[in-house]
Design a protein around this ligand. Structure first.
Ligand code: WQD
Length: 322
């Protein structure tokens, strides 16, 4: 298939593009490089240096080739920042996606895979979280992702655009074949923060609270390898094209690891001390978040293969220690 990957120079976007290319698909990456990196681009994929706010460029790109589908991974994704600067998230995540949807209608692109997030669920009412769990986002980032899912539902109904909305849990790790090297800039997520501390970019990291109701007092999260996420995108695209049917699905490992477990395993794998200090809780952090991926398994035959803690950390360290 001929696929337009919007945000394809980003951390997840580059792994998704690599997966599509490995499967023999033709890819065009559309990215403004605001957080995506040129070094994440592949020679086999055409690159358009464009912004999703630039409707005309976006539309011209969509019309430049007979695209079978687009994958939309271009968004701001820091939950904490979204509470301090909601305007940025309204603009990038909501207005940007409306541009993409309207340009897709004009260009006749009928299949969309959308990068959503477990943040749509908010505070867990039960665990593991399945797709029937109430969606009550606690941060503006999660709100934007949920609202976009609602737009997609309407465009399915009114414009026959079929979509797959993939609710990622905590994306982590790097390409198991070491082909992607671009490091996220100023990351806030646990794994890259640990990696930056391990290689001395940061002097010390903070553990945001150790008084949660978990076995060691630190928060538990469902970390899913970015190669597993990429496979999920390919299976999801095949499904909507083949069945002409939209769906929403969780993508997680179904395992939960605490901050302490991740930190200890990182010290073991890297051989580095990784200085860490326990500080105040970060507001909005639930004690535990783990996914049920029964639906992804039944619908797509998808199951995380590389999301064990050792692989997540080993592949991350291979990228950071270079
Ligand atoms: C994980 C755990 C922190 C950094 C966020 C978004 C979510 C998704 C993934 C996009 C938490 C602790 C972290 C640090 C720490 N993004 N931590 N010290 O908050 O689970 O989810 O990223 O889809 O939408 O909300 O991920 O990696 O920030 O935190 O102690 O320096 O690590 O408190 O318990 P989170 P995270």
């Amino acid at each position: 298939m001929n696929i337009l990957v919007i945000g394809g120079a980003g951390y997840i976007g580059s792994h998704v593009t690599r997966e599509f290319l490995d499967l023999g698909h033709k890819c065009t990456v559309y990215d403004n490089l605001s957080s995506g990196l040129r070094e994440n681009l592949f020679a086999e994929a055409k690159f358009v240096h464009g912004d999703i706010h630039d409707y005309q460029t976006l539309l011209n790109s969509m019309k430049s080739s007979a695209f079978d589908a687009l994958v939309h991974l271009a968004a701001s994704k820091a939950a904490g920042e979204s509470m301090l600067n909601p305007e940025k998230y309204s603009r990038n995540n909501i207005a940007g996606t409306i541009n993409i949807l309207n340009a897709a209608c004009e260009a006749g692109i009928k299949n969309i895979v959308f990068s959503s997030s477990a943040a749509v669920y908010g505070e867990p009412q039960y665990l593991p979280i399945d797709e029937k769990h109430p969606t009550l986002p606690e941060n503006y980032y999660g709100f934007t992702k949920l609202e976009i899912e609602r737009f997609l539902g309407w465009y399915d109904k009114l414009k026959n655009i079929r979509y797959a909305s993939l609710r990622y849990f905590n994306a982590a790790g790097y390409d198991v074949k070491g082909r992607i090297k671009g490091l996220e800039q100023n990351p806030a997520n646990l794994l890259p923060v640990i990696m930056e501390t391990a290689c001395g970019i940061r002097k010390e990291m903070q553990v945001f609270g150790d008084d949660y109701d978990t076995q060691d007092g630190t928060c538990i999260r469902d970390y899913v390898h970015v190669n597993d996420l990429a496979t999920g995108h390919a299976l999801a695209l095949n499904y909507i094209v083949k069945n002409n049917k939209s769906f929403i699905v969780n993508l997680g490992s179904e395992n939960g690891f605490s901050v302490t477990e991740v930190l200890e395993t990182a010290r073991e794998v890297t051989g580095k001390s990784i200085p860490a200090k326990v500080s105040e809780r970060r507001s909005g952090d639930p004690a535990k978040l783990t996914a049920s991926c029964t639906f992804a398994h039944e619908l797509l035959g998808w199951k995380a293969q590389h999301s064990d803690l050792k692989t997540l950390i080993k592949t991350s360290w291979e990228a950071y220690s270079k």
